[in-house]
Write a protein that binds this ligand. Structure first.
Ligand code: AGP
Length: 609
């Protein structure tokens, strides 16, 4: 999704801006641009459709150098991907502005501005902001004051950075609903939508809060809150080792991240205690909140939603706690009846997903005993706005398709189940079994990764297909959902997941010899029922790909291909079967030649609703 980079320095900044954009490429985008104020305070702008590499070519062909600049990668919402719609947008040849988010009242503002003679050159919602800023500069010589009057007129979400030819050497920014972070340098300062963009220039960051505005110059940072009062925001130093984003010997980030799972799972468990499940792994006041929990409401999107679906089985079966799971974009707009004593649990890799964040904000905490987030990015908006936090230690996840984030979320969710379960009669012996399973998890995942070649062989059958069906029962239904999401996301094969028992209620009509059916079939108590469901598929000529526990009694035969999975404890199964399905999708996508790490139309961090 859109990315912002900005730099105010005493040296040339265009290369810093381009490097920042390259570091944000993983988030997904369709066009890119930069604007610099050169030493003569001339405003110079390059914008290109396509990759940052196209912008670099433009910069090499005609270098624009200067000590102050802003840059952007755009993911189209209003107006098609094009150079004209790319940011920065300019007004009056003096102001340039970049924007993440969506301005909901842009149509009415546009009409007003057009009536006043402003000429629009793009179809974006953003262009209204730069013209409003230009208008506000009439009779005002301070761009920050002008920006304050502009944001008052905006409805929607924004992170903004702007430069003005008449105010050289400074950049102003504002945030509401979209993240913006300040990078603190020595004799230079920066802004970005994600601190990852600035890691090459600083390790010190100031996270702006909702409604904040900021002015940076090479020598100063001034932050103002929503009331316009000057405020001090904490500076956080991020250790170098916390993030490595090098691809190394892997062909794709997705594959690297799949293979990092044993380490990520172990790191997540050990950072949160390692030998036992302590309440404090969820925050200082976790014990006090957990004592009052009678139910859990999980809210998340996409893969994180699937993690929540798995957790519901654990919370109800192991901890005896009622649990509801809902996608954030639906939860927000539904009139709900809340069980007293409900914990609001959000799950998000990025911690910035707009729908999930809005759900947390809209829910308020009045109806809940508290809010807990399971997130992978420290200092993200969800982390800063939740009462309790469990940080997964997946490390930076670059591939748009979420892999290690999902499995580490499941570690956090199982630990939560234990923490709540022990208050609700989970026997000590059972708790110890679960802790032992958490310890052994990296090893089971390693055994699953060893099946990579066999999974690649299975994947070849999917290459000419246009559709696939994923089946699972019980806790493995959400695993099937996650498997089908991975396949459609990166290989563009239409895939659907069904609880296996639902097959005969409709989807069986789709089954013929052109429809591969993937079955998640660990040897659990539903095995016999699942076997009958699979017979229903086979007898209609469907080709089956069964991921089964090696002790489950499945054998390959014509039109039934079985992958023998490691035998492991029940709670480890959703994790290792997901890993196998990640590999399946990965190999299908690679052989189909799609852009595995940056699938079309998708963004890593979905910061618009
Ligand atoms: C997963 O492969 C997807 N890219 C997507 O569904 C993702 O999980 C979803 O957008 C939620 O993101 P989050 O975990 O950062 O909130």
């Amino acid at each position: 999704m859109c990315g912002i980079v900005a730099a105010a320095a005493r040296r040339e900044v265009s290369e810093i801006l381009l490097e920042g954009l390259r570091r944000l490429e993983y988030r997904g985008y369709d066009s890119a641009g930069l604007a610099v104020l050169d030493d003569d305070a001339r405003l110079l702008v390059h914008k290109r459709l396509g990759k940052v590499a196209e912008l670099e070519k433009a910069q090499h062909a005609q270098p624009y150098y200067g000590p102050t600049g802003i840059a952007h990668t755009r993911w189209a919402t209003h107006g098609e991907p094009s150079a004209a719609n790319a940011h920065p947008h300019t007004s009056g040849d003096r102001i340039a502005l970049v924007h993440n988010g969506i301005i909901e009242n842009h149509s009415v503002l546009r009409q007003q501005l057009e009536a006043e003679g402003y000429v629009f050159t793009s179809a974006t919602d953003t262009e209204v902001i730069v013209h409003l800023l230009h208008r506000a500069m009439n009779g005002c010589d301070d761009i920050l004051k002008a920006m304050a009057t502009v944001v008052d007129q905006l409805e929607g979400a924004y992170a903004l950075a702007a430069i003005d030819r008449e105010n050289p050497g400074q950049i102003v920014g504002a945030r509401q609903g979209s993240p913006l972070v300040i990078g603190v340098g020595i004799g230079e300062n920066f802004m970005a939508s994600d601190q990852m963009a600035l890691r090459q220039v600083t390790d010190r960051f100031i996270y702006l809060e909702e409604g904040d505005m900021v002015r940076i110059t090479p020598a100063s940072i001034a932050v103002f809150d929503a009331q316009g009062d000057a405020v001090e925001r904490e500076t956080t130093r991020i250790a170098e080792a916390e993030e490595t984003v090098e691809l190394g010997d892997y062909d794709h980030y997705m594959l690297k991240e799949i293979y990092e799972q044993p380490r990520a799972l172990a790191a997540t468990f050990s950072a949160a205690g390692g030998h036992e499940v302590a309440d404090s792994a969820f925050g200082e006041c976790a014990a006090e909140i957990f004592d009052r929990v009678k139910a859990v409401q999980i809210v998340a999107c996409g893969t994180s939603f699937h993690a929540g679906m798995v957790a519901r089985y654990w919370l109800e079966e192991l901890a005896g706690i009622p649990c509801e799971v809902e996608v954030a974009s639906e939860f927000r707009y539904r009139k709900r009846v809340q069980i007293p004593g409900t914990l609001l649990l959000t799950i998000s890799q990025s911690g910035e997903t707009a729908d999930t964040l809005a759900a947390l904000r809209d829910a308020g905490t009045d109806d809940f005993v508290g809010s807990l987030v399971i997130a992978n990015v420290d200092n993200s908006s969800l982390v800063r706005e939740s009462d309790l936090v469990f940080l997964t230690r997946a490390g930076a996840e670059i591939g748009v398709a979420s892999t290690k984030a999902f499995t580490t979320q499941l570690v956090g969710l199982l630990m939560l189940t234990i923490a709540l379960g022990r208050r609700n009669g989970l026997p000590q012996g059972r708790e110890q079994e679960l802790v032992n399973a958490l310890h052994a998890l990296p090893d089971y995942v390693q055994q699953t990764l060893a099946l990579d070649t066999a999974i690649k062989a299975l994947s070849e059958a999917f290459i000419p297909k246009h559709h696939a069906l994923f089946l699972g029962r019980g806790i493995h239904y959400p695993v099937a959902m996650e498997g089908s999401l991975k396949l459609k996301e990166i290989s563009y094969i239409h895939a659907e997941a069904y609880p296996a028992g639902e097959l005969k209620h409709g989807p069986l009509a789709l089954v013929d010899d052109d429809m591969p059916v993937v079955a998640v079939a660990p040897g659990d108590e539903l095995l016999e029922k699942l076997k009958s469901n699979l017979e229903e598929v086979r007898s209609r000529g469907g080709e089956l790909f069964v991921f089964a526990d090696r002790q489950a009694g499945f054998t390959s035969e014509p039109r039934v291909r079985v992958l023998a999975m490691p035998h492991c404890p029940e709670v480890a199964k959703p994790i290792i079967y997901t890993v196998a399905l990640q590999l399946l999708s990965y190999h299908v996508a690679v052989q189909k030649g799609t852009d595995v790490d940056k699938p079309r139309n998708l963004a890593k961090s979905v910061t618009v609703e």
